[in-house]
Design a protein around this ligand. Structure first.
Ligand SMILES: [Ca+2]
Ligand SMILES: [Ca+2]
Ligand SMILES: [Ca+2]
Length: 348
């Protein structure tokens, strides 16, 4: 598994409301709007990583320095442009649309209070603009529990993203649904201890269908259990379904619906042989080889970089050249025309 270098386990405390009750200064900030609970499909589709909603994925680069996190945005395949540097209290989570305008926002958390770990504030920068920071909620955190915080559509409502919290030391897994804060905490039943590591969120079940029979983008939590078992946990019942086992040197590189089945596929990478493969619809039984990466090349993410409605694989060549494999076809590399040093991480 390629680790996002910007991401690390969070230092924090306690779980959900029980945790909040024990916090010295409980905080709950929620920006609720009038139609908060409505489940509306407006027919528009959010493109992954698309900061300004034009149907072309953008690439967000970040790197950590002593002063904080440097950010650069490469819009629609153009050269990256420097953004303001975030102070070290920020930890980036990823790009998700939190205010339902179909333009993704940069979701992050901040460590506030004494020793910068006592309160975790989760919020988003609208369309990646740091001067438009919106607080989703804050979690009092007196006991320094490590939290892994993620984002995805866990409630199954159209175009609503939730904040997922996982504390292996407590075995706790739960989420703040639909852009709401700590008061709305939903526990996912089960004990998810240190054997459980989140790989990401994705759509792996076909059960969620709307009245119009269109697939709703409800995510499950993709986990690596133990050293080699990949499977997903459904948010309602905490049920774990095994998708497959990773053989030696294989890692999950990317989650995305490349085959346009409505279910997410898993793109796998072999760190020794450099082979790239796919578990179609996430299932190991649907294994397919996609080919081999050149030495020094790496898969960096996924999006629709040419705006044709199909997912492409973002890649970096050995010389730092950024580009994408059209439709995840390793024979069709399309360069963006700029290079990025590997010290720059791509934010999903
Ligand atoms: Ca764009
Ligand atoms: Ca947005
Ligand atoms: Ca495409």
């Amino acid at each position: 598994m390629k680790q996002n270098r910007i991401r690390h386990f969070l230092r924090g405390a306690g779980m959900g409301l029980a945790l909040l009750a024990s916090a010295a200064t409980p905080l709950a900030v929620t920006a609720a709007d009038a139609d908060d609970d409505k489940d509306i499909n407006d027919g528009r589709k959010t493109t992954r990583g698309d900061l300004y909603y034009n149907g072309f994925s953008d690439v967000i680069f970040a790197r950590e320095t002593i002063d904080g996190t440097e950010l650069e945005y490469a819009l629609d395949g153009d050269e990256p442009e420097k953004q303001e540097t975030l102070d070290p209290s920020y930890l980036l989570i990823g790009t998700y649309d939190m205010d339902r305008d179909h333009a993704v926002d940069l979701v992050a958390c901040r460590f506030l209070g004494e020793e910068h770990a006592r309160i975790i504030e989760v919020g988003y920068a609208k369309s990646g603009k740091m001067d438009q920071w919106h607080v989703i909620g804050s979690l009092g955190n007196p006991d320094d529990v490590d939290w892994d915080i993620r984002c995805g559509n866990l409630s199954g409502k159209w175009n609503r993203n939730s904040i997922l919290w996982h504390a292996p030391s407590l075995g706790a897994l739960g989420y703040w649904p639909d852009g709401k804060g700590v008061d709305s905490w939903v526990t996912i039943p089960g004990k998810f201890d240190a054997k459980w590591r989140i790989l990401g969120l994705g759509v792996f079940t076909e059960s969620a269908r709307s009245l119009r029979n269109a697939q709703k983008p409800r995510d499950s939590v993709l986990f690596l259990y133990g050293t080699d078992t990949v499977g997903y946990v459904t948010p309602d019942d905490g049920k774990f379904t095994v998708l497959g086992k990773l053989e030696a040197d294989w890692e999950i590189a990317v989650i995305g619906d490349f085959s346009r089945s409505g279910l997410d596929d898993l793109i796998l990478f072999n760190t020794r042989t450099r082979q790239v493969g796919k578990w179609e619809k996430g299932r190991a039984e649907n294994w397919k080889s996609l080919g081999f990466l050149k030495a020094g090349a790496a898969i960096e993410g996924a999006g629709d970089y040419d705006g044709d409605g199909r997912m492409d694989l973002l890649a970096r060549q050995a010389d730092g050249s950024m580009g994408y494999f059209k439709n995840a076809d390793l024979k069709q590399f399309v360069p963006f025309g700029y290079k990025m040093d590997p010290s720059w991480t791509v934010i999903p």
